[in-house]
Design a binder for this molecule. Structure first.
Ligand SMILES: [Zn+2]
Length: 296
């Protein structure tokens, strides 16, 4: 087994409540909803929601017949399950993005929102996403941009050490990264995605605006500014719609063993057993656990 980069773990976190529900994030949430509406295909077969957390965005993928929610944290998925119910169209999977437990070419849709932000090796994560996508599948990526107006102003005023215009990521807190838009474009292209559209989001993410401007107007203004996203990106949050371009055969199977990459897995009660390396993974209370530290 090869070593993979460290993972940001939200295990036991009350992120959904403290960040989204109580902290005046209605604007960010609504602005993301607008971007997703503009980018999502009207319908699809199988959606991979990476970094699904407590399932805040899952209802926005209702056009897909089946949605696979992936998060590294099992407790986040438990919250998602509670929120969304045990719907047969939903599959809950605790897994490491660097070892996605799915066969090649499986999904026709994927999203990764507010998640790349925590990736120490973003190109490797994007490569894994591309691997599990069908040819012509749609991948919507949101990332945190280092080249935003606030960071530029702070840098020009000498209040910030790091340069917002250079291509390398900045780790402003442990396992929290902001990326340069050009670096993201280059990585997406290198792993086999073609960028279709870019939307900038959260132009007005400042407490002052949130206080002064009614939410509906704030979101309407943001959705208008957002349309210049193909031309320049100066917001803290950027959405990119991509098409997977690599030619792949039709996927055979569904899960694959994250340890030995075999697609021969047998589900038996509350465990999933790899027929090749014989490792077992748990499937307790409707949540698959394919994390490496779950390997026995
Ligand atoms: Zn195996």
């Amino acid at each position: 087994m090869t070593n993979t980069p460290p993972v940001c773990n939200y295990e036991g976190s009350d992120y959904q409540t403290s960040f989204w529900d109580q902290a005046n994030r209605a604007y960010e949430d609504a602005a993301e909803a607008v971007a997703l509406r503009r980018m999502l295909p009207a319908s699809g077969e199988l959606m991979l929601e990476l970094g699904a957390g407590a399932g805040r965005n899952t209802h926005r993928y209702a056009g897909y017949k089946k949605i696979v929610l992936v998060d590294y944290s099992r407790t986040q998925l438990e919250q998602a399950q509670k929120r969304l119910g045990r719907d047969a169209r939903l599959v809950f999977v605790a897994a490491d993005v660097y070892r996605l437990p799915f066969v090649d070419g499986l999904f026709d849709g994927a999203t990764m929102i507010r998640t790349l932000h925590h990736m120490a090796d973003a190109p490797l994560a994007l490569q894994q996403v591309e691997r599990v996508m069908q040819t012509d599948g749609t991948f919507i990526l949101e990332y945190a941009s280092k080249q935003n107006l606030k960071a530029i102003a702070r840098w020009l005023l000498g209040k910030q050490q790091w340069n917002p215009f250079t291509p390398e990521p900045v780790e402003f807190a442990a396992l929290n990264f902001d990326f340069h838009p050009k670096a993201i474009r280059d990585w997406l292209g290198e792993v086999g995605f073609r960028i279709e559209r870019t939307l900038t989001v959260s132009h007005l993410r400042m407490d002052l605006f949130k206080k002064l401007i009614p939410l509906k107007l704030l979101v309407a203004m943001d959705s208008l500014f957002s349309l210049t996203g193909n031309l320049w990106q100066l917001t803290p949050s950027v959405f990119v719609k991509n098409t997977a371009t690599k030619q792949k055969p039709v996927a055979a199977g569904f899960f694959r063993c994250p340890a030995c990459e075999s697609a021969k897995l047998t589900e038996a009660g509350e465990v999933v057993i790899c027929d090749d390396c014989h490792k077992t993974y748990s499937r307790v209370d409707g949540i698959y656990d394919f994390r490496v530290d779950g390997i026995k």
